[in-house]
Ligand binder design. Structure first.
Ligand code: EPZ
Length: 417
């Protein structure tokens, strides 16, 4: 199995191009299920999760074009089998995003329950509750959600908590429902807005994207469209935190700084100099970072998907930072691995207290989930000597050409067997 070998200690310098957002591309690919016409996407990242979603869609009969230069064309002329099976769903929880659009288009769907996850329980009760409020019958049988409905009906749905894919699933379903759906306590993440923009280009009537109340007037049918996937704000934040930790000066192009408010604020607090010009962000870090404290929250709060990378930054910063995770109950697995590199972290319930150390030392570590892996890369780039990261298939799910991009910035990084 592939591993990543990093020899740390060099500052980063140069330019890196940010890819399209995984967490926008996945729901947008599912929008293709809502129309018989082609959906032409641009800026689709080349990632394992995108390939998994493409496989799931292809098994249903969706025509999936070859992915070239970020282009991907999907066409669900006919959905032969509205099923998403266990073998693929278990590898990627976002697969549950097919449930809403399948019900809306076919009136039935059979989707495997995602099951357990390394970062928390992650139930899908809000997805189910919302679809039931729209008239769907959903039964859990042999590990599958068996859903059926005549035509979905618009409803007023108050989500019990803010859920990103839950909001997206219901938005996809409501686009073709009869009547108006109002989603309250909806997620405000930029990826939700990107999906709404794509759906609008297909002819959907959606108001309020980016606020906590979405109003979706269902239409009879949707058309094909062309859409460019938004830049990946978490990939952007990961490179920014790597520069903040390792030092240096890097220009990131293809970004959307407007989606990174809380992350940029914390980087400034850590001592980074940031300049935004058009779609580029330039970061310069001279000297050692200062510790930052943060609490994760739904957008526009500090993203849980950036928490691990900032923990790595705090590990080498001057001072002590407190990091509180409020979204997922088990998202500190990276702390134990960071300790293997010499970090001083103590965990008290949902808060990690990170005392910065002068230097980390390279060691063998294991990636436990996507963003945990990213934090080990950030730490490895600063650590003295060699860091060998095992189980990097997690990284391949969400970071396009990671070692290539980092080598371009002067990092000593290689994929080894
Ligand atoms: C999305 O996951 C992202 N994935 C995650 O990114 C991200 O960490 C997360 O949102 C939070 O920002 C995609 O967009 C594909 P949630 P999602 O539903 O939608 C609870 C990454 O590294 N909940 O917003 O699955 C849930 O357990 C990934 O790229 C329920 O209780 O997250 C959690 O505590 C990992 N019932 C909280 O809500 C439900 O029905 C927020 O989860 C749904 C969620």
């Amino acid at each position: 199995m592939d591993k990543l070998l990093i020899t740390g200690g060099q500052p980063l310098a140069g330019e890196v191009r940010i890819s399209g957002a995984k967490n926008a591309a996945l729901p947008i690919m599912c929008a293709a299920l809502l129309t018989a016409e082609p959906l032409r996407l641009d800026n689709v990242p080349r990632l394992m999760d995108v390939r998994t979603m493409a496989k799931i869609l292809a098994l249903m009969g969706v025509e999936v074009g070859a992915q070239e230069n970020g282009r991907l064309e999907l066409r669900a002329r006919e959905i032969k089998d509205p099923t998403a099976g266990y073998d693929l769903v278990k590898t990627m929880r976002a697969s549950v995003l097919v449930l809403g659009p399948l019900l809306a288009r076919c009136g039935r769907a059979k989707v495997s329950l995602p099951g357990g996850c390394g970062i928390g329980a992650r139930p899908v009760d809000q997805h189910i509750k919302g679809l039931q409020a729209m008239g769907a019958r959903i039964e859990i049988e042999h590990g599958y959600m068996n859903a059926s409905v005549g035509r979905l009906k618009g409803a007023r749905i108050v989500m019990d908590l803010v859920t990103v894919t839950g909001t997206e699933n219901l938005m996809l379903a409501a686009a073709l429902a009869e009547g108006t759906t109002v989603l309250e306590n909806a997620a405000r993440e930029p990826e939700v807005v990107d999906l709404a923009n794509c759906l609008a280009a297909m002819g959907a009537k959606i108001e309020g994207a980016g606020t906590d109340t979405l109003r979706i007037e269902g239409v009879r049918s949707l058309a094909g469209a062309a859409h460019r996937v938004m830049p990946d704000r978490i990939e952007t934040g990961t490179y920014l935190s790597a520069v903040a930790a390792a030092g240096g000066k890097v220009r990131l192009s293809g970004t959307a700084a407007g989606t990174l408010g809380a992350t940029l604020e914390k980087l400034r607090e850590a001592g980074a100099k940031l300049a935004v010009a058009g779609d580029a962000i330039t970061i310069e870090m001279a000297g050692r970072a200062r510790s930052v404290s943060l609490t994760t929250a739904p957008y526009p709060g500090f993203a849980t998907d950036m928490q691990a990378q900032f923990m790595a930054l705090d590990c080498v910063a001057s001072g002590t930072g407190q990091i509180t995770e409020t979204i997922f109950e088990n998202r500190f697995m990276h702390a134990l691995e960071l300790q293997r590199l010499g970090a001083d972290i103590s965990i008290h319930d949902r808060t990690a207290v990170v005392k910065g150390v002068e230097r980390l030392q390279g060691a063998k570590v294991m990636a436990t989930d996507l963003r945990a892996s990213a934090s080990l890369v950030v730490a490895g780039l600063v650590a003295q000597g060699e860091t060998l990261i095992d189980r990097i298939y997690h990284l391949d799910r969400g970071y396009e050409a990671l070692e290539h991009k980092l080598s371009g910035l002067g990092a000593k990084i290689a994929r080894v067997r």
